[in-house]
Design a protein around this ligand. Sequence first.
Ligand SMILES: C[S@@+](CC[C@H](N)C(=O)[O-])C[C@H]1O[C@@H](n2cnc3c(N)ncnc32)[C@H](O)[C@@H]1O
Length: 245
Amino acid sequence: MSWRTEQLSDSVTLHCGDCREILPTLGKIDAVVSDPPYGMAWDTDSTRFTGGNRKRPDEGRADFGAITADAEPFDPKRWLAFPEVILWGANHFGARLPVGSTLVWIKKSVRAFGTFLSDAEIGWQKGGHGVYCKYVEFQGGLARKAENDGVQAAHPTQKPIDLMLWCVQRTKGRTILDPYMGSGTTGIACARLGRRFIGIVIEPKYFDTACRRLEIEAKQERLFAQAPAAPEPAQQMPLGLGGEA
Ligand SMILES: C[S@@+](CC[C@H](N)C(=O)[O-])C[C@H]1O[C@@H](n2cnc3c(N)ncnc32)[C@H](O)[C@@H]1O
């Protein structure tokens, strides 16, 4: 299978193709941070639960079709040798993982209490043995639309940027690889944290989405870089600590 590459900047390279074929061509990778297909044959038609959401396309809920490779068990083996590794969906392939740290994304929304969604998702990080939790409320279509800068839900299993910021911050490496980047959320987190990012996705529609999201991110960064620095606020003594004679 041939693949396509977009070098968006010195620090962002995106590939459209099969990560197993592209991996041997990549240079030094310090960390793998990814949300691979879990092997659960997830039905991405979110309208199946209510039968009504198709009437509200502005919420970005849709039938995205099957996620490539999600119907077969995920084998994490080829990613485990990298110096730092974080993989989401670990409860689905836990028997194939060595002991490591457990990451818990608590996503249950109080407002959506009683819906079909899981309360949390489980990730695995290479090394250690602790359990670490992050609360980021699950984002429905409108919240995602805001995060996507007006683009409707970019991917059926799109992760929140805040969650991926937390993951990338848990690694130290300069160059991060997401071999199953979907719509590129890990890349946005890397851009915001000044890390180099290499992203791969097999489906051209998600590759195009990732390119677009990262281009928007780069433009915003340039805007911020050009904005004049705000003046430093005048130094004030904390209340109650003023110098008393
Ligand atoms: C769980 S999704 C990742 C979603 C991502 N976290 C986001 O925020 O958009 C996994 C992605 O891996 C892609 N994929 C499946 N097999 C692949 C392969 N062999 N190489 C590259 N990408 C693959 C699927 O197309 C899917 O978009």
